[in-house]
Ligand binder design. Structure first.
Ligand code: ADP
Length: 561
């Protein structure tokens, strides 16, 4: 007897209510589950926290046969399996942390029909033992979590993901394949479809506009960042937060600074409640596993309100009441930023995402990218292509830091959602740009002079030297190279160094200049360079008159610093 699609949809909804206790599907879930139950491959591109797991968990209960979930993070598998079992979905996992006997026990449980949902690390798929099991099992659905890991063009490429397509092809009866990710630009989407061999998939992309998030950007000197963060944490000591840092060392140092400074700040401000102790724990991949697990557990159970982490933290962490995410450094791409910042406010309550950045973040990111580890599976040419693509991702991230437009809209456009933000023409969650006024300064002379200096220096020096020459620096290496004889030497001695640097950087973003990648970045002319010699050339720099770095969640009206 065949069941009609209406009946299947009704069963899916009944399963949602019975097992999960939720009244209705969220956007995208219904369509994805419908397609899977119909036997169609799917690609679900939905932001973190939007409920992707349910899209394979519900089919696992309704399909005849096993659902295999391929998931990259072994450390989270146990939690996922415990969570599923708790609500009555018979689940188990197979990964490298188990002994052979333990793995055999799981296979036996699956064969006896006692498991509907089996989580597997991608590395396992390549083992003979798993393949033997899989070829004899009745597999209805293969769900690939964090599917963007299959793409070289994404952030989190994992070579073990390359074997998934072959694994699926080697199965005697091809199951339905469902891929899920929170971060996929057009390019990555295409890669997922081709690398996993999805057949005419139903592609569902849902609301990237998280209307409960307030986006804030703040340009701060490296030293000021820690103080700003401590102040913010002191003002929000009873809220849960995540701070992302670029390096392991930074996470430890910053956690220590917070644990020292915040109690002092709170004592000084007569805070009504004492600070929890400790306030912050560090988390990174270099910590011993036990310490890492403890940090994660303490944070998830609200024993400590704050985790200071590298990007190793967070994939798959289900903590809904994170009220703020602060980035201590600029991430390498909008995808990475959106995924990490998106861990705030999963419960739909207003939450704040603050990005602290400065010019040296950009330099560091460029350097990391150019000296990044080689991928031995790729040819030299392909590696250069990947590098070029990553530079492009980084440029979009820099664009986010510099834009004066609505940050919600910047983000949704980036992810390929056309038009306005989810809620119409204005920025519902709020962002600092929409809350700010901007003042513009005419910097035409500065820009024109910078351009002339680049010419004088024969497009052979980096930005530091250019600024030094323009400001008439008497530094030894300027004089030794005879740079004090070029016509533009000292031509901007009357302009503050920081302004010269900011204008130069803005000229790079706007395409008048470009910075070559490499160990010693050199400033050269960009595509629009010729415009600067036009007598009518007019150039403005926008600076933000922003609300004060807010102690309150949502600044009510912009004030000038
Ligand atoms: P993702 O994998 O997309 O990051 P999860 O699957 O972990 O998100 O879901 C995030 C949270 O949303 C979980 O707590 C989950 O139980 C909840 N959730 C999922 N679907 C629904 C729904 N239809 N109604 C209410 N809550 C939901």
């Amino acid at each position: 007897m065949t069941i009609s699609q209406e009946e299947l949809d009704a069963q899916a909804l009944a399963t949602l209510r019975r097992y999960f206790g939720y009244e209705d599907f969220r956007p995208g879930q219904g369509a994805l589950i419908h397609a899977i139950l119909e036997g169609r491959d799917v690609l679900g591109v939905m932001p973190t926290g939007s409920g992707k797991s349910l899209c394979y968990q519900i089919p696992s209960l309704l399909l005849h046969g096993l659902t295999i979930v391929i998931s990259p993070l072994i450390s989270l598998m146990k939690d996922q399996v415990d969570g599923a079992n708790e609500i009555g979905i018979p689940a188990a996992f197979i990964n490298g942390s188990q002994s052979i006997d333990e793995q055999e026990d799981v296979f036996a449980a699956v064969n006896a029909g006692r498991v509907r949902l089996l989580y597997v690390a991608p590395e396992r798929l390549e083992t003979q033992r798993f393949m033997n099991f899989a070829t004899h099992a009745d597999i209805a659905l293969v769900a690939v979590d964090e599917a963007h890991c299959v793409s070289q063009w994404g952030q989190d490429f994992r070579s073990s993901y390359l074997g998934i397509g072959d694994f699926i092809n080697a199965l005697p009866d091809r199951p339905t394949v469902a891929a899920f990710t929170a971060t996929a630009t057009e390019r990555v989407r295409r890669d997922i479809i081709s690398m996993l061999g999805l057949r005419d998939p139903e592609v569902v992309v849902t609301g990237f506009d998280r209307t409960n998030l307030y986006f804030d950007i703040l340009k701060l000197g490296t030293r000021d960042k820690a103080n700003w963060i401590a102040r913010y944490v002191a003002d929000h000591a009873d809220e849960s937060g995540i701070i992302y840092c670029a390096t392991r060392k930074q996470t430890e140092e910053l956690a220590e600074t917070i644990n020292t400074l915040v109690p002092q700040l709170r004592a000084a401000s007569d805070a009504a409640t004492p600070s929890p102790s400790p306030i912050a724990v560090a988390y990174h991949a270099g910590l011993p596993p036990a310490q890492r697990e403890r940090a994660q557990r303490d944070f998830v159970t609200d024993a400590v309100p704050l985790v200071v982490a590298t990007n190793a933290f967070g994939m798959g962490i289900d903590k809904s009441n994170v009220r703020y995410v602060i980035h201590h450094n600029m991430p390498e791409s909008i995808e990475a930023y959106y995924q990490e910042a998106g861990r705030a406010g999963r419960d739909g309550e207003p939450s704040r995402c603050t990005l602290l950045w400065n010019e040296s973040d950009i330099v560091t990111r460029r350097r990391l990218l150019d000296n990044g580890g080689a991928n031995e599976r790729l040819t030299e040419d392909e590696q250069e292509q990947v590098r070029r693509w990553k530079r492009h991702l980084l440029d979009a991230m820099v664009g986010y830091c510099r834009t004066t437009a609505c940050l919600h809209r910047y983000m949704t456009r980036y992810f390929g959602e056309d038009g306005d933000t989810a809620s119409g023409a204005h920025c519902v969650g709020g962002c600092v740009n929409c809350d700010s006024t901007f003042s513009t300064t005419d910097v035409s002379r500065v820009a024109r002079t910078i351009s002339r200096c680049v010419h004088d220096l024969a497009q052979s020096y980096g930005s530091g030297k250019i600024v030094a020459v323009l400001r008439g620096s008497q530094a030894k290496d300027v004089l030794e190279r005879g740079l004090d004889h070029v016509p533009t030497f000292g031509a901007l001695a009357d302009v503050p160094q920081s302004t010269v640097r900011d204008v130069l950087n803005q000229m790079v973003s706007d395409g008048f200049l470009t910075i070559t990648e490499g160990r010693l970045p050199i400033v050269m002319f960009g595509a629009r360079a010729a415009e600067t010699i036009d007598p009518a050339f007019h150039y403005e720099m926008k600076s933000i008159s922003r609300p004060k770095p807010a102690a309150s969640q949502r600044p009510s009206s912009p004030t000038t610093e």
